[in-house]
Write a new protein. Structure first.
Ligand code: DPP
Ligand code: ZN
Length: 879
């Protein structure tokens, strides 16, 4: 396989003005007729080069131009292309192909999910449907007719508005027209026996939009939350970005077999059912919040992605980074802003920082790829969102809005680049972002070391920042980034001091943003009467690893007084990290572990503080995960990390038993009395309750066990039930564990999404024998190797969420993962490649583990018949 390079980009030789599609769907094959109005790209000359259409796994039945059937000598067909020689600069090309959705296990293009037909075309799935110029800078108006059996497929959907329908014996058809030009990756089709919940939304210009969420009939009771989320998203995008919806109808369809979370096809979003369906009895609070966020994300793409799309796939972060930022701000506005920020930063630090430090590291705008599906990454999405957030921090909320208005206005209907986005931000603000753009081209997580100097005599306080960035594949040297450091200075009694930089006439508020742009740079504040305590990188204003030497007393002061909620939490994290690192070192030195009374004291204070928001309290009581500790370590010592963290958890549970038990009981009592709502206050309460129960269960006290069983059996919602189940599964109470698992499976055996949770709870168990249990569960009737959600829940759950067992010293975990990747490679390359991630991190571990992990990567490489997806990840990991 060869790599595609950004520098080789060329505009297309031809455009497709109009696309008229006709689908005839049958159980053993389908035929697709495409009539493309093709036009020479006049910018590229008046000659007529060959027309090279993309196409894969298509059986070509006929080709004609302007109504004349072509003899087979007039075109060439290869594995990936149909090539022919145009005679005029504008013509209608008609092709007919036969395809096999019924045997499409890669879930790319047109495929069957259960009884229905559906599509997934991003990034390059459309070429598995018909011959086409399958690239995002070719935008076309689509008219689509779908024909199928009337009884079994009563609902026939495609993008845009419905314009005609009819019947032909046992079959029927429907025609849809999408007036907005779009690239083929936004095409969608659905046919099935679906029911819908209908609602409507009145836009800011008083247009009535019909909203429909289609599901299989048994799921009708689980769509209200998604519908509410959709209406909130539509309103939010009008208020915050001035963006109005444009078609008369907006549809969402829930599909059980889906490689990703969801897809923003114009007017017809197709969703993984896990990102639409939610009810109190079957979905946790986290699942409810995920539905809200993903519905918003896909809806927001209507502008950031669809109306303005990407010129080529190197620009993926143009739509994804921006849209993740938009959905994060939406979620922050709907829920607790600080908690949302904490969750996102924990996720970024644990997973994206690891990606940025590994063999697949790439800038948010990559320079090359072998398989674009491999670049739907945390870097492109989450770091991409952080880059957009930094722009807003640097330009201010108003400046950022001016920039986004200009971007949408200037580029509506176009396929553009990240440079165009930055240019709009520059032009709207008269700003120069040329150095800032290094965030788009340089990979790796920058390091920011901070030191301070206080001069009592002159009342000056100087902060000095030194930035650097480690080498990443293909990039040994990095130039300095622009790093916005949002900051404040606290006095000894917790006051936030006015901030006046040397040379300024007056102070400019008590919080400001320092733009660090040099390798080493100092900022001197004047009028500082006593040495202050700096609060830096507030709200995590840049995706960097910052190091500041804080004493424990200073961390405690920040925890108490910092007006930035994120930094209060961050101070607690830093304290916990310091203690955990001490314990890890003690394990490694073979010393007996001693508990540190300070953290218990701090936690006791937090528990006693009734003014503290419960969600914040839950976050502050959460120790850094084993995965985060591994990422932060030079060499990740899996066992030492696990032992140290478990020791600390138990020590805290014992030291704080009384206040935790009391608080837990009070929270549980409140839960019993109140009907479930997925609102911020209740979510906060259940989150804290869950944290406390997990600590309390470590004491193995009988009264806690009984409470846990009670919560498992009596809870009226999945959050409490699943929290209790997870506690039992990770405990040594074998009888209760077995009974709870059996009871749960019996009750929910027909609900696929709930069974996913049942699989993943067991896959994450710290108890001995988990790998064997996972292998046994692969034979469970509710498991399917063809369903991505099942693979993610059970196999992914074990390999990515269970470090102590995945990294078992005998190498069985690695062997297991390699076996699954080899088996999945032929079936579903995208999922196979994604599953591989934990093995790509081999450099993080000690030599013995490195050798075992590499050996498994090599075994995969040698297994033959590798998809481009798996080949790229394996070969880059071994390079
Ligand atoms: N574009 C999808 C998303 O919204 C992924 N296929 O992330
Ligand atoms: Zn997206």
């Amino acid at each position: 396989p060869v790599a595609v390079q950004l520098k080789d980009y060329q505009a297309p030789d031809y455009f497709i003005e109009r696309t008229v599609l006709d689908f005839d769907l049958y159980d053993d094959h389908s035929t697709v007729t495409a009539e493309l109005t093709v036009l020479r790209n006049s910018d590229k000359g008046s000659d007529l080069p060959p027309l090279v259409l993309d196409g894969q796994e298509l059986e070509l039945l006929s080709v004609s131009i302007d109504g004349q059937e072509l003899p087979s000598s007039a075109y060439q067909v290869s594995d990936n292309h149909l090539t022919l020689q145009p005679q005029t600069k504008r013509f209608v090309l008609r092709t007919q192909v036969r395809i096999h959705p019924e045997s499409n296990t890669a879930l790319e293009g047109l495929y069957r999910s259960g009884k229905m037909f559906c599509t997934q075309c991003e990034a390059e799935g459309f070429r598995k449907i018909t011959y086409y110029l399958d690239r995002p800078d070719v935008m076309s108006a689509f008219t689509t007719t779908v024909r199928a059996d009337k009884q079994r497929f009563p609902v026939l959907l495609s993008n845009g508005n419905p314009v005609a329908q009819g019947e032909e014996g046992a079959r029927h058809w429907a025609t849809w027209e999408d007036p907005f030009k779009k690239p083929a990756y936004l095409f969608a089709l659905v046919a099935g026996d679906l029911w819908c919940v209908e609602d409507s939304f009145t836009t800011m210009s008083q247009r009535e939009v019909a909203l429909r969420i289609y599901v299989e009939p048994e799921n009708l009771g689980k769509v209200q939350h998604a519908m509410d989320s959709l209406k909130k998203s539509m309103k939010w995008d009008e208020e915050v970005y001035g963006r109005e919806y444009d078609l008369d109808i907006f549809m969402i369809v829930a599909v059980s077999d889906f490689n990703m979370g969801a897809m923003e096809n114009k007017g017809l979003n197709i969703f993984n059912s896990s990102c639409v369906l939610a009810s109190p009895e079957t979905a946790t609070d986290a699942a409810h919040q995920r539905v809200e966020a993903v519905v918003a994300h896909e809806y927001f793409h209507n502008w950031s992605g669809n109306r303005v799309t990407c010129r080529d796939w190197f620009q993926l972060s143009l739509k994804e980074g921006f849209t993740v930022f938009r959905d994060a701000e939406f979620s922050a506005d709907m829920n607790s802003r600080t908690v949302k920020r904490i969750e996102d930063v924990v996720f970024l630090r644990t997973n994206q920082f690891a990606e940025d430090a590994g063999p697949m590291a790439h800038p948010i705008r990559p320079d090359s790829y072998i398989e674009i599906s491999n670049f739907y990454t945390l870097t492109v999405y989450e770091k991409g969102s952080e880059v957009v957030r930094m722009l807003r921090t640097l330009l201010g909320a108003d400046g950022f809005r001016k920039g986004s208005d200009l971007y949408f206005e200037r580029h509506d209907g176009q396929a553009v680049t990240c440079d165009d986005f930055i240019k709009a931000m520059e032009d709207a603000n008269g700003a120069d972002l040329s150095q800032f753009k290094r965030w788009y081209s340089q990979a790796g997580t920058p390091r920011l070391a901070v030191s301070s100097y206080y001069d009592k005599a002159s009342a000056e306080y100087t902060l000095t920042f030194q930035q650097s960035c480690p080498a990443t594949p293909g990039q040994s040297e990095k130039l300095p980034f622009v790093i916005p450091v949002q900051m404040a200075l606290l006095s000894a009694d917790g006051e936030h001091l006015p901030l006046q930089l040397k040379g300024e006439d007056s102070a400019q508020g008590c919080e400001r943003v320092l733009a660090v742009s040099e390798a080493e740079q100092s900022f001197t504040f004047v009028g500082i009467e006593a040495e202050p305590l700096p609060s830096l990188l507030r709200s995590f204003s840049a995706p960097v690893k910052m190091s500041v030497e804080y004493s424990r007393e200073q961390l405690l002061a920040l925890m108490q007084h910092d007006s930035d909620g994120f930094n209060r939490w961050e101070a607690a994290q830093q304290l916990q990290l310091a203690i955990l690192n001490g314990l890890i070192a003690a394990v490694q030195a073979g010393k007996t572990l001693k508990s540190d009374p300070q953290l218990a004291e701090v936690f006791a204070g937090l528990l006693a503080d009734s003014s503290l928001d419960q969600a914040m309290l839950a976050e502050m009581l959460s120790l850094p995960s084993e995965a985060l500790l591994a990422e932060l370590a030079e060499v990740a010592d899996v066992e030492a990390i696990h032992q140290a963290r478990e020791f600390l958890r138990k020590a805290l549970a014992q030291a704080l038993y009384a206040p935790m038990w009391q608080r837990y009981q009070a929270l549980r009592a409140q839960s019993r009395e109140q009907a479930y709502a997925a609102d911020a206050e209740q979510i906060a309460r259940r989150s804290l309750q869950g944290k406390l129960l997990a600590y309390l269960m470590l004491t193995e006290k009988t009264e806690v066990k009984a409470a846990c069983v009670e919560q498992f059996e009596q809870a009226h919602n999945m959050t409490e039930r699943l929290n209790a189940l997870a506690c039992l599964v990770n405990s040594s109470f074998a009888a209760e564990k077995a009974q709870a698992l059996a009871q749960f499976a019996e009750h929910f055996k027909d609900d696929a999404l709930v069974m996913d949770q049942w699989f993943s709870v067991q896959a994450g168990s710290v108890c001995p024998g988990t790998l064997n249990q996972v292998k046994a569960l692969m034979q469970h009737p509710a498991f399917s190797f063809k369903n991505p959600n099942k693979i993610r829940a059970l196999i992914g759950g074990f390999c990515a969420q269970n470090p102590i067992h995945f990294h078992a010293a005998d190498g069985e975990g690695y062997r297991f993962l390699a076996d699954q990747v080899i088996a999945l490679n032929a079936l579903n390359p995208q999922i196979a490649s994604r599953l591989l991630t934990p093995l790509t991190r081999w450099r993080k571990y000690a030599p013995a583990r490195q050798a075992q992990m590499r050996a498994e990567l090599e075994r995969i490489r040698a297994s033959g018949g590798l998809s481009k997806d798996v080949f790229e990840v394996v070969s880059k990991s071994l390079a």
